[in-house]
Design a protein around this ligand. Structure first.
Ligand code: 5AD
Ligand code: SF4
Length: 447
């Protein structure tokens, strides 16, 4: 029985998996303080919007949504904005949305219950101080996902890519202690889950002073009951031989790497301050592929970065064709206030119509290549984990292979969290449909 007089809290999350994980921590903290999580904003006592600042579009969406959510507030509801946009805009948010009374950046969630209580008594507050010790170690996350667990292993970022707002919104890089991550992994198994996703802005630069990311993969992959380990997002420069060897040798670590490339042009990469060249990226891909047969790669790419010429964009297209990514998240460069890229000469900025055209060309190039490869996979068999129902009422399940292919198979909610063998029967280009293969008993020997 839930206490019907207990205050309720609704959290809406934008942005990356780190934000999803932070929302789980916030909900955990508020649950421990007596709040009851609800999955609809209507009439919730507390509404929190956990935001992303990575592109202007993400921020505009949130600003629009804050206005919409206002309609769901009761007279005494309070609204808080958390996450990267809260960190970036601070007091400006209270100005932009008068019904918001709490603004908390990514390092400030420890104070959440006090700030929420204060807001319910009419006090507005802003908490955007960085805390380089903060890992929310004593919080118990209230997980949204019942099949795989997001585990933050590192917070902040020490790279300074010239387009990126994250170092400003999440501060300097710090890693959790390996033992703490392993303890959380044991807890995840005890909750009945067998897959973990290790999270960090440049997750493979993980270092707790004693252990590196290779140690972490081995330790987490060795926890009994863990069958799949993924991580996101690595930086190409931090793919040491030790990390690649750990990936290759630990059976639980999945054969998929999401490796942000950003551009296939060395000149663009230099202006982005990515600290690798086209050739350096290709070498990294080669090393990973040599060590891990069958590994698939996905990536992030930005088009229209200041100064990107037609030739430089062509180099991105040729890199995409050469490497053969299974999928790519593609973005038009969005200038973020205060980042070095905004100070590049105005005439170097790529006109919006050129950038849109490049994005379309890039998307087509990625799709053409992946469709051809996916067609060739029809008829092959794979182990999949049932992650969730595809759509309510359709009796279809969304499952994933170890190498991150999405396969829709018939089934019902009772199969969530199960491992199945499926045969790929169709593809829409990016996702597959599959049929469950019943593992047959071997035939009895003749005679
Ligand atoms: N404009 C467009 N895309 C960006 N990304 C990061 N910053 C920007 C920006 N200013 C993209 C990168 C990154 C992904 C998470 O978002 O590709 O890998
Ligand atoms: Fe968005 Fe980056 Fe913040 Fe994640 S870390 S929420 S992607 S700005």
């Amino acid at each position: 029985m839930t206490d019907s007089s207990a205050p309720t809290v609704y959290v809406e999350t934008y942005g990356c998996q780190m934000n999803v994980s932070d929302s789980e921590l916030m909900l955990g903290k508020l649950s421990a303080a007596g709040y009851v999580p609800v999955d609809q904003p209507d009439g919730a006592d507390v509404i929190l919007v956990n935001t992303c600042a990575i592109r202007d579009h993400a921020e505009q969406r949130v600003l629009g949504r804050l206005g919409e959510l206002k309609r769901h507030m009761k007279k005494d509801s309070v609204m808080g904005v958390t996450g990267c946009m809260a960190q970036r805009l601070g007091p400006q948010l209270l100005e932009k949305a008068k019904h918001v009374s709490i603004v908390i950046g990514p390092d400030g969630y420890r104070a959440l219950p006090q700030l929420v209580d204060g807001a319910r008594r009419g006090r507005k507050s802003i908490n955007t101080t960085f805390d380089l010790e903060e890992h929310y170690e004593d919080f118990t996350p209230r997980r949204f996902d019942k099949v795989k667990a997001w585990i933050p292993v590192q917070r902040g970022c020490d790279y300074r890519c010239t387009y990126c707002i994250v170092p400003t919104t999440r501060g300097s890089e710090r890693s959790r202690k390996l033992d703490d991550v392993v303890r959380e992994t044991h807890g995840v198994v005890a909750e009945g889950m067998s897959e973990v996703v290790l999270l960090g802005q440049t997750v493979n630069s993980y270092s707790d002073g004693t252990h590196d990311f290779a140690d972490l993969l081995r330790a987490v992959g060795g926890v009994p009951g863990i069958r799949r380990v993924r991580y996101t997002s690595p930086h190409p420069n931090d793919f040491s031989d030790r990390v690649i060897a750990a990936m290759a040798e630990v059976p639980a670590v999945c054969e998929h790497v999401h490796l942000p490339m950003q551009s296939g042009s060395t000149r663009t990469l230099r202006r982005m301050l990515r600290r690798y060249s086209r050739e350096g990226y290709m070498e990294c891909v080669e090393k990973i592929r040599r060590a891990i047969p069958g590994v698939t790669l996905t990536t992030d790419i930005i088009v229209g970065f200041p100064g990107e010429t037609d030739d430089e964009f062509e180099e991105t297209l040729s890199a995409v064709r050469e490497i053969g990514f299974a999928d790519a998240y593609t973005f038009i460069f969005s200038p973020r206030e205060g980042t070095p890229a905004t100070r590049m000469p105005e005439e170097s900025f790529v006109p919006a119509d050129v950038a849109s055209h490049r994005l379309q060309t890039l998307v087509d190039t990625v799709r053409t290549a992946s469709r051809a490869r996916n067609m060739g996979l029809l008829g092959t068999r794979h182990e999949v984990l049932v992650e969730r129902e595809a759509k309510r009422g359709e009796a279809m399940l969304m499952t994933r292979t170890r190498d991150f292919k999405t396969v829709l198979v018939p089934g019902d909610a009772s199969m969530l969290g199960q491992y199945l063998t499926v045969e790929l029967t169709g593809t829409t280009g990016s996702t597959f449909t599959g049929a469950v293969v019943r593992e047959r008993m071997p035939l009895p020997m003749a005679g």
